[in-house]
Design a protein around this ligand. Sequence first.
Ligand code: 5GP
Length: 192
Amino acid sequence: MKRGLLIIISGPSGVGKGTVRKYFETNSALNLAYSTSMTTRSPRNGEIDGKDYFFVSRETFLKAVDNGELLEYAEFVGNYYGTPLKEVNRLRDSGKNVLLEIEVQGAKQVQEKCPDAISIFIIPPSIEELEKRIRGRKSEAEEIVQQRLAKAEKEMKLMNQYKYIVCNDDPKLAANLIETIILRNIEIEQNR
Ligand code: 5GP
């Protein structure tokens, strides 16, 4: 059996990565598995531990870093986020194409360790639209919203580190583009 692909999806906070993902992750032709990250951030309303994230203490997170349990990790607006390595390997070994939804610093670490990873950056139609979406979420204090917006502008400058750039003007259309990218890469890999 062929080892599954590693697919990195990044994009500024509020761009709608999760919404876009919901439209394509159920497409069985993509044979996807979503890698659940570990984070020290508190759960938002409706988020489920073990599904959206593994919500852990700083101490637990730093222990995982020391033990080499993370494929990559980064600090983002005051919290740590990281990808558990063992689960990614297990899924890829079972033939699944593994999806990482991570920010730019982590993506860079993965690209260095796994140069074959497929990298996709999602951009908003405009910065104004992004601000509207972040505010629309109403889950964060003004200070955090400001930090996330400043971070978004910095992240957007790094989009050329990615192989594919997809604009999320319409989530269904963005999802269709991502499906096409993944399907074509599956085809390329099968013909290798
Ligand atoms: P949020 O707090 O909005 O859920 O996530 C903040 C940022 O961290 C998003 O850009 C998200 O994609 C990213 N992120 C989520 N999980 C990971 C991870 O495991 N590693 C890294 N480097 N970034 C992550």
